[in-house]
Each structure stands twice: as C-alpha cells, then as structure tokens.
Design a protein around this ligand. Structure first.
Ligand code: BDP
Length: 720
C-alpha cells in the first residue's frame, strides 16, 4: 500500500468511527433501525406509505418528521404519497379541511379533539392508521407521538387514542443573557448566538425546536428573567424574529422577558410608572413593533420588584397595575403576560416563605384575562425539597402558572444524576385541600379546579452549547419529563423514566429496569445527602455549589443559611407554626392539620415547619440527631449504589455515553460525601452529640470544610 492509500483508509476509518461515536446530541430523537426482525416486519406491514392531506409549514414539518423517522426505524424509505393508496399506511389530515379525514373519522371522536390535541385511530376496514386533528400543531404532536409509540415498541394496529394537552402554554424559560452566559446554566454557554443573528442560523436552533415539538412544548422565552432592555432595540428584535422564524414550523411561539424600566432605559422617558399614559404608549408602540416582526409573538415574561429588578412598586403601584399595562399592550394581538410571583421584599419584613402570598392574594381577581401569574413550585426557591407554594389554591380568580426548574441550581448542578420528574410529580400530585380532598396542584395548574381557560407551565431550561445539550447526559431526562408533564400533569414518573430510557438508551429489560430504578430513586437520594428532613437553603453562597450551612454574612439575612436552619444548642429547624412565623397559616385547614404538629408532620418536612430539639424522639425510635446522621450517610451510600448499578450496564451502553455518565457519577460520589461530612460536622457543633460509631467519621474538622471555596463555579451572575 502506498502512503496515499494508507491515509485514505485511515480517513475512512476515522469517519466511520466518529459516525458510530455516540455523543448524546440526538437526545431522545433516535430513529435507528429496529433490530428485532419480527417487530420490524410487524410495523412494516402496517406502514407502507404516508399520505398527508394538505400542506403548510407545520404540516410539512410533520410529514418530514414522519417520513424520516419511519424510514430510519424501518430501515428503508417510507414514501410520502400524493394520495391515499390501496395498501396499509398512514393518512394524516385536519378535520374540516381534509375531506378524506373528515369522512373517515367517526363524528363523536372528531368532536372530542381539542385545540392541539390529536386522534390516532386505526381504521379496521380500510386498514389505514388515521392521524387527525383540528389544528396543525395537533398533527405535529400526533406525528411525534406515533413515532415514539414505535420507538417504544408498542402496538399500532389497535390504536384508538384521543390525546388532548391538559395545559395550554407549555413553555421553556431560558435564563440566557445577551452575552451568552447562562444564569444557573451548567451546560456551557447560551445556544443563542445573538452576535451572529439574524443572518446566521445555527442548525442547533432547528434541532432545539424539533426536540421541543416532539414533547409538546409550544413556547420559549429566550431571554433571562433578570432582563436586559437591549432586547427591545430594533436590531435585537430582528435577531429574535429570526429565531421565531425557525421555531414557527415547529409550533413554537417566542416570548421575551420585559425589563420594567425599558421605557426609561431605551425609550428615554423619565418614568416607567404603569399608570403614566406616555409609558403605556411606549409599551404599545414597542409591542406593535414586535408584532410587525413576529406576528405570532407569544408575549412577555416579567420579574418585577424582586431581587433588585425594577417594577411598579417603585411608583407606588402594585403587581396588577404593572401586569395589566403590559397585558393591554399585547391583548389586541392575542399575546399574554406571565408575571412572576417570585417576590420578596428588600426590607425583609418577615419569613421569606410568606411574602409572595401576602403580596399576591389581595390582588386575586384584579388581573386582566390574558395574565398568568407564574409561581415557583415551592415558597422559597427550587430547593431539593419544598412543600408546595401556598399560592396554589389561594387565588381562585387568577390563573396560576407553574414554574419548575429544570436546570439543577440546587440539586447538584451539572454533575449529579437526579431524576427531576419525581419532584415535579410530587408537587403536581400534592393536595391543596382548598376545595376538599382531591384539590391537587395539577388541577390548579390545568385550570380544572377553578374553571380557567388560560393555563400554563414553565420550566427553567437546562440547555446549553454542550454537545449533548444538557452537560450531564441524564439532564436530558429532566427536559423530556418537563415536556411530558406539561402535556399531561397526571403522568407518573416511572412511565416517563421508562419511556425516556427506551428512547435514549436501551430496550433490554434488565438494563431498562436498572436505569429506571436509578432515576426513580435518585431524587430522594439527593435530598438525603443535601437537605434531609426539611432542611433547605444551606448551599454555599452565591453560586449555590456545594454545602454552606454556616453561611451567615450576606447583604441580606434571608440569603444566608443560618436564617433557614436556625440551628442552636437546643435544636434545629424553622418554626413556621403559630408559635413561629406562622407561614403554615397560609395553607388550607386540612393541609395545616397534617403539618402543624411535629409528631404527625411528615418527616420530609419536619425541619421546614418546626424547630425540633436534637434529642427529639422520632417514630423510627432514633433521636433527631441520630436520624440526621443516618440519613446523610444513607444518601451518600446510595450514590455509590448508583455507581455500581451503572457499572453493571457497561455491556448495554455505548462506550462514549457510558464513560460520560461514569465520570459524572464519580464526581457525585465525591460531592455527596462532601455534603454529608460538611453538614454533619457543622451541625454537630450545635448538637454536641457524637456521630454514631458504626458510621464512617468525617475526615476533617469543620474549619477545613468552611475553607473550601469555588470562586469560579459555573452559572453565577456577576452581580451576586
Ligand atoms: C434563584 C436564582 C436566581 C434567579 C432567581 C429567580 O438563584 O439566579 O434570578 O431565582 O428565579 O433561584 O428570579
């Protein structure tokens, strides 16, 4: 062989091996050929062609997805025909617009389809699989559903599935800054390259839209809630419009965060008072300008009078005044305002957990119809575990939108494996009892409890420039779970974990079960080694990376850890009963009853609601201190078990992805022990009790743990 031939072979080999290398970029949208021949033949028999009756940008996206996905899965091209054929296939169309579909779909089924919903119906006599909807997005979601059904190896010849989304606005919130840093982002930089927009359209924008559409997400807020008014400058709006153009064929609306002081900063006005006619006009004109560029613009997301952000209170106006002004500006175009309830006063008047409720409940019924109040799942801030936010159920006249965090600011950030679906499920299925038993948070959010039409759910995105999108491969499961629960907040996490694992990793029953078990147990594990028994907000200051229960000096007390755990020589925990801050009084009577007595308060919330003495006897027979020691140890040990489980999966997972996860688990083991030892050593300085001798003892003195600092931990905003 001469040199040229050798180089040629090396090149071929390199291309071949890099094509085989798995890097996680494809997320759950992997349409590789089904290996099981019997299954493949089965699908092959049912699907010999696709006919989509109609054409439009979204319908074309759906047809392309169907034909590429199915061709991949079946291993040969599945043609998109121009008309129905006399053989088994898929017929797709809109009720009312496609005569064929209108004739074939039974009337009662057609009427049950709602906005964005779809029907997948196997027509037995015609031997055709029908995909019908009333609008194009329904077709898009039905197409992805069908593909997923096949990726999941489910039967399709008996499909009779009506699937309507339960929540209307299913939105990602990107805390992305215009300089491409991502606040609380652990997956690299922002995927939005503002500098090169609008001309340069990164393939990632398209793939991002696809991924979202495939799980039913229909909106995205591309800018940080700590907003920058620059986004409203004409050139930036053109950039945003270019993104909106990419998203549109995938049924995704673009939203922007509105900095309340924009009329001053950008408009040169002297005030941003929402009742000032000039200010109102400025927002109306700006909104008109946005809609000229982005006709389907979704609306604004606003963080006002919170953590230093400007807002209506600077002008002695309230949140309703602020929200309504923006709502009036977007109303003529069908836009909405998502106004955040994550507020707590600069003056720190009382328990931070109570403040949002106090500010917002008196405003119930005072918001325009196109305003959603966006409420974080718990009253503090995306902690590993929190009770539900007391606003759920407390504002019956106002639609409340759920805000979950998908990025893991307080849950191990970029390196820990924590299946967040479990938290989402726990919150959504919690009973507020406001209208008797069964008044689940999910029912507040889907509007069914109080009869709201406008409904929404937001997830703070964990997406960045990392090749696999989320940095930690298992972070993909959280993005996926958010989308699935946004569509149906009653789904259970095990189902979601199972689906995701099949789509992402393997169909092997044993490996599948192992991964599902890992995901399903991982949240509780994390709570155990970070914040067991209701502890909260004891992370290091600022970046929130690692333990910092000793944090006591911050510009405000309610940013410190000692404010939240209140450890002293007698005991630990935040008394939120009537003898303390009485935050518990903001919940319904039945809810209160369960939590107000430390003897009956569920252990996971004990220290959230009670200050408990170190020698307090728990139902386990252990004292509080002992229980704390055992729980921290159990948490750290369970991470080692996660590591062992993953090791067993080596034969089932490709090398590249196996290694990625393995390396992250190694970090997690190290950090879980760090959490355990730092917290126990610190709390021991109050309890003055020994760590039970059968447990591994911390290697260092408290001072050592306190001296660990990470000035460059990721995700931080320079201001903090
Ligand atoms: C906290 C974050 C902070 C956000 C804030 C918010 O630490 O970076 O700006 O929430 O939601 O979780 O506005």
């Amino acid at each position: 062989m001469d040199r040229k031939t050798i180089v040629y072979f090396i090149l071929i080999l390199f291309t071949w091996s890099s094509a085989k290398a798995e890097d996680g970029y494809r997320l759950w949208l992997r349409f590789d050929k089904i290996e099981n021949e019997v299954l493949k033949d089965y699908y092959q028999e049912q699907i010999q062609y696709i006919f989509v009756d109609g054409s439009s940008p979204i319908l074309n996206t759906a047809s392309n997805e169907l034909s590429t996905g199915l061709s991949g899965l079946l291993g040969h091209p599945i043609p998109l025909e121009q008309q129905p054929q006399n053989k088994a296939g898929i017929i797709v169309g809109l009720i009312g617009q496609s005569q064929l579909i209108t004739d074939l779909v039974p009337k009662e089924k057609a009427t049950a389809i709602q906005e964005e919903g779809f029907l997948l119906f196997y027509h037995p006599t015609n031997k055709q699989l029908l995909l019908a909807a009333k609008d194009e997005r329904g077709i898009l979601y039905g197409s992805f559903y069908l593909l997923r059904q096949i990726q999941n190896h489910q039967p399709i010849d008996d499909l009779n599935l009506l699937n309507n989304p339960k929540i209307k606005k299913r939105v990602l919130n990107h805390w992305d800054n215009l300089d491409r840093t991502v606040e609380r982002g652990y997956a690299g930089f922002s995927i939005w390259n503002w500098h090169e927009l609008p001309e340069f359209i990164d393939q990632r924008y398209i793939d991002y839209a696809r991924a979202n559409a495939s799980i039913g997400i229909n909106g995205t807020v591309v800018t940080n809630v700590n907003a920058n008014s620059l986004i409203f400058r004409a050139d930036y709006l053109e950039k945003a419009a270019a993104l909106a153009d990419v998203f549109r064929p995938y049924g995704i609306q673009l939203y922007l965060t509105a900095r309340f002081s924009s009329p001053i900063e950008l408009g040169g006005l002297e005030t941003a008072d929402p009742l000032d006619p000039q200010v109102q006009q400025w927002w109306k004109d700006k909104t008109a300008e946005i809609y000229r560029l982005i006709p389907d613009f979704g609306g604004f997301l606003v963080k006002a009078n919170s953590e230093g952000q400007p807002g209506p209170q600077e002008y002695n106006r309230n949140h309703a005044d602020g929200a309504n002004m923006l709502a009036d500006a977007v109303a003529p175009y069908g836009g909405i305002v998502m106004w955040r309830a994550f507020v707590y006063s600069e003056e720190e008047p009382e328990d931070r957990a109570k403040q949002a409720y106090n500010e917002f409940v008196p405003l119930d019924g005072k918001f325009r119809d196109n305003v959603l109040i966006q409420v974080k799942n718990g009253p503090i801030d995306f902690q590993p575990r929190e009770p539900i936010h007391p606003l759920f159920g407390a504002m019956p006249q106002t639609p409340l939108m759920m805000e979950f965090q998908i990025t893991k600011e307080y849950l191990g950030q970029g390196t820990h494996l924590v299946g967040l679906s479990s938290i989402y499920e726990e919150v959504l299925k919690t009973d507020t009892y406001v209208k008797g038993e069964g008044s689940l948070v999910a029912k507040v959010i889907d509007g069914s409890l109080d009869g709201h039409k406008l409904t929404g759910i937001a997830g703070v995105a964990n997406i960045g420039t990392a090749r696999n999108w989320t940095g930690n491969l298992f972070g993909q499961a959280d993005w996926y779970a958010f989308g699935r629960l946004a569509w149906d907040p009653y789904l259970d996490s095990k189902t979601i974990f199972r689906e995701w694992t099949r789509l992402t990793f393997t169909h092997d029953p044993e490996a599948l079960n192992t991964i599902v078990r890992m995901l399903a147990s991982s949240h509780e594990t994390c709570v155990r080694y970070m914040t067991p028994m209701g502890l909260h907000h004891i992370m290091a200051a600022g970046h929130h990376f690692g333990p910092g229960p000793w944090v006591s000096q911050m510009s405000r007390a309610d940013w410190t850890s000692v404010y939240y755990h209140k450890a002293d020589e007698k005991g630990i925990g935040f008394d939120r009963t009537s003898t303390g801050s009485d935050a518990l009084s903001q919940y319904s009577a039945t809810f209160r009853q369960q939590y107000s007595d430390p003897n009956t308060c569920p252990l996971p919330f004990l220290l959230w609601f009670h200050h408990v003495s170190w020698d307090y006897k728990l139902s386990s027979g252990r004292t509080l201190w002992e229980e704390m020691c055992y729980t921290y140890h159990q948490g750290a040990m369970e991470v080692e078990q996660l590591q062992e489980s993953w090791e067993q999966l080596r034969p089932f997972i490709d090398k590249a992805r196996f290694q990625q996860v393995k390396m992250h688990l190694k970090i997690q083991v190290k950090e879980a022990k760090w959490w355990r030892d730092a917290c126990l050593t610190y709390f021991q300085s109050f309890s003055k009790m020994p760590i039970p001798s059968e447990l591994e003892q911390p290697l260092h003195e408290l001072q050592y743990y306190q001296s660990i600092i990470y000035p460059y931990a990721p995700g931080i905003r320079p201001r903090w």
